[in-house]
Design a protein around this ligand. Structure first.
Ligand code: F6R
Length: 369
């Protein structure tokens, strides 16, 4: 059932273009408008929403962090993202005009379930983004948008994550449509880019051999750091989480701008640091800043592993290893930028002799709080 792959994780990484395409299928009509039929919250209710709160755990939480950038930028509705396990214990401010989005692959994560129950008790509407039909979280929600990743067997989440991102973009765009926010050229362009994104994921997958080879050479390292800015920051967190859970290595993700506030002290000679570089086109300020961050860490001895768009020449002089990804609009970049990090962690785990599909101490679905 692994279809010739050594691990379910590799099979699931390879299935990502299809998972992404299936999640988009039928949800964007040829005229470019969105139909989300499983969304059982009325447009009138959605027009009243004054706050979006995303709750999730682990990898799904990282999808939520990325969603915040898209939701706030496109819809201009304030959006908070919180770890489900922290959420209800701090008496969060919620009401009938809050839309709570619970993201969960399994639909059974107890922390997320308890957070959504708390939200509903406060009168908020809950929308679930979930990969498992008929599971508890969607059953207890007011609306559900299913990700169509298919069953995910490996404990480490890969294809579910990419489809969670896609589902979050769809929800954000749908909110724009219903509320009449920015429903113009910018949004039409995003919809167009989104409909091509599965082909971009396919292209990334075709270029992963050097990433595998690089990962194998790092099997003896103790620490790997991950840096990003803007949506690249949650991508860095996700890269670090994958490495912790699979390779059992010390891995941390940082916002690159925070380096000088402490973490730069960690850099030692030849320490691998993976940097997720935003597109050089639209937000060039962001890009320039990260290029100087790469210079700073390299000057202190870091071995830089740079993930950057094709055609981004500014990073070349400072990259000890360069991983190319296709050019995508900044907000969609996580869909392609995460893939090399998944491959990297999988290969490192295998090189260290770990059980890739069944990491120690972990379960696929966490049904205790
Ligand atoms: C990491 C991973 C976990 C899950 C988390 C939430 O690779 O798989 O961090 O993302 O346990 O699980 P779900 O999405 O089922 O609620």
């Amino acid at each position: 059932e692994k279809d010739g792959y050594d691990y379910f994780m590799l099979k699931e990484i390879a299935e990502q273009p299809k998972a992404v395409a299936d999640t988009l299928l039928g949800r964007i009509d040829p005229s470019g408008s969105l139909t989300l039929d499983e969304l059982r919250i009325t447009p009138a209710d959605l027009r009243q929403i004054d706050k979006v709160v995303i709750v999730a755990c682990g990898t799904a939480f990282h999808a939520g962090l990325i969603a915040k950038y898209a939701i706030e930028h496109w819809t201009r509705i304030p959006c908070e993202v919180e770890l489900a396990s922290e959420f209800r214990y701090r008496d969060p401010i919620l009401g009938g005009r809050s839309l709570v989005i619970a993201i969960s692959q399994s639909g059974e994560t107890m922390d997320t379930l308890m957070a959504l129950r708390h939200a509903r008790e406060q009168g908020s509407k809950v929308l679930a983004i979930c990969n498992t039909n008929g599971s508890t979280i969607p059953r207890e929600s007011d609306a559900v948008l299913y990700t169509h990743a298919g069953p995910e067997v490996a404990v480490a989440s890969t294809k579910a994550f990419l489809t969670q991102l896609v589902a979050c973009y769809l929800v954000a765009l749908y909110l724009c449509q219903v509320r009449g926010t920015k429903w113009g050229d910018e949004i039409q362009a995003v919809i167009k880019d989104l409909s091509k994104i599965s082909e971009e994921v396919e292209r990334v997958l075709e270029t992963m051999e050097p990433v595998r080879a690089l990962a194998r050479t790092l099997a003896g390292k103790d620490t790997v750091l991950f840096l990003g800015r803007h949506v690249g920051y949650p991508v860095a967190l996700e890269g670090a989480l994958k490495l912790k859970e699979l390779a059992y290595m010390h891995a941390e993700g940082f916002a690159a701008g925070e380096l000088k506030h402490g973490p730069i002290a960690l850099i030692e000679e030849d320490m691998p640091v993976v940097v997720v570089v935003p597109s050089p086109r639209n937000r060039s300020l962001l890009h320039d800043k990260i290029v100087s961050n790469i210079q700073e860490i390299r000057a202190r001895g870091a071995r830089t592993i740079v993930i950057a768009e094709e055609g981004d020449e500014a990073v070349v002089p400072y990259a000890d290893h360069l991983i190319r990804i296709p050019a995508t609009p900044t907000l969609l970049q996580p869909v392609v930028a995460t893939v090399p990090l998944q491959v990297f962690a999988c290969e490192l785990a295998a090189a260290r002799g770990n059980e890739v599909d069944q990491p120690r101490n972990l379960a696929k679905s966490v049904t205790v709080e």
